[in-house]
Design a protein around this ligand. Structure first.
Ligand SMILES: [Zn+2]
Length: 352
């Protein structure tokens, strides 16, 4: 081979190598998929850290009508705020000692918005201390610090998707309920005086005990009213790979905060594990949780919310007995300084 031919070959191979490098860097700049963003945002480590804090002895069991529930409410508010949301406190009865529900809304995008609302919910209250025994505090790590940590993870994941092609297209409400252990006091108050019309809610994703049981297995109970939510979840689960046990516990439908919604014909689902040896015992502690399971459940919820927000949706017929406040179409600009108990679906730069 002549020197000249060798030089040409070297140049050719160099240029093809640099083309390969260029191609590779284009590939690495490919926009991550929604599930990639979600998995990066919702991690087992973060979830365990948050359950550790919320289920610590300092939180005193977060029992209804106690300063401990208030402490938990403040803790959750701070985390929602650091996720870029603005939680509001909604009183659930007239007793001044009753802590609030916390509601944080993520607006629909300013362009390409779809109608309706999606709710992601979890209760934060638990049980008062027991009277005797060395360990008195009901930490409630699985019930339901796990669900609250899941809710926070979903909030962060959807915020991470905001402004990208994976953005949720309709308004999403994150609701941390109080008083579930006292008979779903918070969720009953919510459906009695909803901040958005109930017939315009696409689906409610309620997480209550998501961190025990068999690895990567979760029970979903939605019944006939929630069948549409289950359909979305099954599709989303193709990218998450959990073992879904669907509608095996009809007796659970009214057992947690999805119950009051299902009774009003709002599609809703409960994510839960089966009762375990630490259920409602002081031994429901963070050391026992399956953080990867809870993280995977939250990842599934986040992806299902995004997919549901893109599905066609026609609001159900408004109930005749209660006239819900009408909400203008998302394309209408909000009036200056608009403020009322009713949440508006418009995009807002201030809360992004
Ligand atoms: Zn619970």
């Amino acid at each position: 081979m002549t020197t000249r031919r060798l030089a040409v070959l070297v140049m050719l191979s160099l240029s093809s190598a640099s083309a390969a490098v260029a191609q590779e860097s284009t590939a690495s700049k490919t926009v991550p998929t929604a599930i990639e963003v979600i998995k990066k945002t919702i991690t087992a480590e973060q979830l365990r850290t948050e359950v550790t804090e919320l289920a610590s002895d300092e939180m005193g069991g977060r029992f209804f009508r106690s300063p401990f529930a208030e402490k938990a409410a403040l803790w959750i508010s701070a985390r929602l705020e650091s996720a870029g949301l603005t939680p509001t406190r909604t009183a659930i009865d007239s007793n001044p000692e009753t802590g609030p529900n916390l509601v944080a809304s993520m607006p629909a995008p300013t362009s390409g918005a779809t109608p309706g609302y999606i709710l992601v919910t979890a209760h934060y209250d638990h049980l008062r201390p027991r009277r005797s025994g060395e360990d008195k505090i009901h930490n409630g790590a699985d019930d339901n610090a796990s669900g609250v940590a899941g809710l926070l993870g979903v909030a962060r994941a959807l915020r991470a998707c905001a402004g990208s092609e994976h953005e949720a297209r309709c308004m999403v409400l994150f609701v941390a309920f109080n008083g579930e252990e006292a008979g779903m006091v918070g969720s009953r108050a919510f459906v009695k005086n909803p901040p958005v019309p109930l017939h315009e809610i696409r689906g409610v994703f309620n997480m209550d005990m998501i961190s025990r049981g068999k690895p990567r297995e979760i029970f979903l109970d939605a019944g006939p009213v929630g069948a549409s939510v289950i359909a979305t979840l099954k599709k989303a689960n193709e990218q998450v790979g959990l073992s879904l046990r669907v509608d095996e516990h009809p007796e659970w439908l009214n057992r947690s905060d999805q119950g009051p919604f299902l009774q009003k014909k709002v599609p809703a689902v409960l994510f839960s594990v089966e009762d375990h040896e630490d259920y409602h015992r002081v031994s429901d502690e963070v050391a026992k949780i399956d953080a990867p399971l809870a993280a995977a459940v939250a990842q599934l919820v986040a992806l299902a919310v995004i997919e549901m927000s893109r599905e066609p949706f026609t609001p159900r017929e408004a109930p005749t007995e209660v006239r819900p406040a009408s909400v203008p179409a998302p394309s209408v600009a909000p009036p200056q300084g608009a403020s009322s108990g009713i949440l508006r679906p418009w995009g807002s730069d201030a809360s992004r």
